[in-house]
Ligand binder design. Structure first.
Ligand code: ZN
Length: 134
C-alpha cells in the first residue's frame, strides 16, 4: 500500500523551525500502513526538513544560531535574489527525511521530533509525505 499526501505551512519569520511531527503522524495514521517507510520531502530551495530534539525549545533556537554562524549573509555572494545564505542552509539541512513506520507510528527516539526549517520566510510552504508499506 502507498499514499501520497501534501500539506502547506505558513511560516512567519525569515528563519524559523516548525514542529510538523503531529501532522506527519496524522498522515501515517490515515494511510492504513502499519509497518513500512515514510518519506517527508520539502520541494523548496530555501526551506528544508530534519529530525532533532523536540523537548527543549532552546534547541531549535540554538540550531538557527549555529546555522547562521556557518552560513551568514556575505557581501561577495552573487545570486541576484539575495538569499544565498538561505540556499546554503537549506542544502546543509537537506530536502527530505526517511522514517521507519512501526505500529502505525514513526519510529522516533524519545526526544526526537520532525522539524520543517524555514530560511527565507515568511512564505507559504509545501510538504509532501509518501507512506509505503503494509
Ligand atoms: Zn534564491
Amino acid at each position: 500500500m502507498t499514499t501520497l499526501s501534501t500539506f502547506t505551512i505558513q511560516t512567519r519569520a525569515r528563519n524559523e523551525w516548525l514542529n510538523i511531527t503531529a501532522s506527519v503522524q496524522k498522515i501515517i495514521a490515515a494511510s492504513g500502513v502499519n509497518e513500512g517507510i515514510c518519506v517527508v520531502f520539502v520541494p523548496h530551495t530555501t526551506a528544508a526538513v530534519t529530525v532533532n530534539e523536540n523537548a527543549d525549545p532552546d534547541v531549535p533556537r540554538d540550531m538557527l544560531t549555529a546555522l547562521e554562524a556557518i552560513s551568514p549573509d556575505r557581501a561577495d555572494f552573487r545570486h541576484a535574489e539575495g538569499n544565498s545564505a538561505a540556499h546554503a542552509k537549506t542544502s546543509l539541512v537537506g530536502p527530505s527525511v526517511t522514517l521507519i513506520v512501526s505500529g502505525v507510528r514513526p519510529l522516533l527516539g524519545t526526544w526526537q521530533g520532525i522539524w520543517f526549517t524555514e530560511f527565507d520566510g515568511p512564505r507559504t510552504r509545501t510538504v509532501h509525505v509518501r507512506v509505503l508499506g503494509e
